[in-house]
Design a protein around this ligand. Structure first.
Ligand code: ATP
Length: 404
């Protein structure tokens, strides 16, 4: 099957209410996109899968949600104020977004955070003091980050306002290789959980001269985008660079007492970093499919059930038959209670509705027809095969399952 083009993805996203150009009625703002009703569901699903996998299902992880505006010293210590730049002509252009915090006379120049990691490092001591975690342990954060990219492009791939899902995993320095390997595997677990095409993900061992100054080893997880093989996620061994730099800059001791080994140390970190927007783009590209059904070309998104923004759609066969509509409303209420991401649809004819649901990746559709009124069964249709079967309403919730 032909690979989807970016034009097809961008157009489907706009047409069906996933993603719109930012500030569109004013001509847009380069490097910004707005998530619409289906986009926000999809985005929440992929963030929830990440949070569940890496925070809630583990005993060694702590979540934080730090402020986007931080004391500018954070970004001096991390090296972003001096070093976070791309070449532009003969000069270097710093990618930090500057802003003023406070009223004119006593305003402080600060920055919108360029990565969520900063908010993790400054809360290291807080988390240690509140929870006394044993090494190794991690702190996770999901949130917005801002980069004044010189050339935003390729839809969600390079944007100026992005969202990241990051973990700083604090370890003993002599165990870094083991943890690096564990996180390398964990990245694939996430790739598979959301349904990104595994065959399109490749590792690039970043050579010394291209690594960030603090990193002793970095792997870029690249994806085969229509515009080339480029970074999807990153995994870096950042050593004790950040905690060390923040200790020095803040004059607050960020060392950790390792009770087991009876030694004080600045923990080292392994950092897996995931872009939310690039996840969504990789997922759309992985799920996009075209085939023929009933002698007509069809576009459908092969989202897995956990990721799909709408899990189930419920329709009355005809919308001008009150008996059918009433029955369909009852079934809809029942299904929606079990699976909140359920949609009611009575627009256009049944064929059009299937098309629309296929195009937004809804795994299952339920149709209430005249037979339903006689024997309390409905049609359950599968998105990928188009196959339909009759299921008793009584058995429906068990059959479709609760919220995954
Ligand atoms: P690139 O080399 O593509 O600019 P990077 O190496 O600067 O990326 P990191 O600093 O490692 O990226 O950021 C971690 C993750 O955040 C990336 O793997 C990516 O998923 C995401 N990301 C970074 N910059 C952007 C951006 N401008 N737009 C969308 N996602 C981004």
């Amino acid at each position: 099957m032909a690979e989807p083009t970016m034009e097809k993805i961008v157009s489907l996203c706009k047409r069906r209410g996933f993603i719109y150009p930012g500030s569109e009625i004013y001509g847009g703002l380069s490097g910004t996109w707005d998530y619409g009703p289906l986009g926000v569901e999809l985005k929440n699903n992929i963030k929830n899968i990440w949070w569940k996998l890496f925070v809630q299902e583990r005993d060694d992880m702590y979540g934080v949600d730090a402020a986007i505006l931080m004391n500018p010293k954070v970004w001096e210590a991390s090296g972003h104020v001096d070093g976070f730049s791309d070449p532009l002509g003969n000069a270097r252009f710093n990618l930090l977004f500057e802003t003023n915090v406070g009223a004119a006379e006593d305003a402080v120049k600060s920055y919108l955070r360029p990565e969520t990691a900063g908010g993790i490092f400054v809360n290291f001591k807080n988390v240690v003091d509140s929870f006394h975690p044993r090494l190794p342990f991690g702190i996770a954060q999901v949130g917005k980050a801002f980069r004044n990219e010189i050339a935003p492009r390729d839809f969600l791939f390079r944007v100026r306002e992005l969202e990241q899902m990051e973990i700083e995993y604090f370890i003993r320095p002599d165990e870094w290789e083991k943890h690096f390997e564990e996180w390398r595997q964990a990245i694939y677990r996430y790739v598979e959980a959301v349904g990104i095409d595994r065959k399109k993900v490749h590792e690039l061992e970043v050579p010394l001269e291209e690594r960030a100054h603090y990193s002793k080893r970095t792997i870029d997880f690249e994806f085969d985008w229509p515009f080339g093989r480029k970074e999807l996620y990153g995994l870096a061994y950042r050593t004790d660079f950040d905690l060390g730099a923040h200790s020095t800059q803040s004059s607050v001791d960020l060392s950790y007492l390792d009770e087991e080994r009876k030694e004080r140390l600045i923990p080292h970190v392994v950092e897996p970093s995931f872009g939310v927007d690039r996840t969504i783009l990789a997922l759309l590209l992985s799920a996009y499919s075209e085939d023929e059904m009933g002698d007509e070309p069809r576009i459908f998104l092969r989202f897995n059930k956990v990721v799909a923004p709408i899990k189930i759609a419920v329709f009355p066969l005809l919308k001008n038959k009150p008996q059918l509509v009433e029955k369909a409303r009852d079934v809809y209420a029942l299904v929606k209670k079990a699976v909140p991401q359920t949609m009611w649809d009575d627009n256009g004819n049944i064929g059009k509705r299937y098309r629309r649901q296929d195009e937004i990746g809804t795994p299952q559709c339920i149709t209430i027809d005249f037979q339903t009124l006689e024997d309390d069964t409905v049609t359950l249709r599968d998105r990928d095969t188009g196959q339909q079967e009759r299921v008793a309403i009584q058995a429906l919730t068990a059959r479709i399952g609760g919220t995954p």
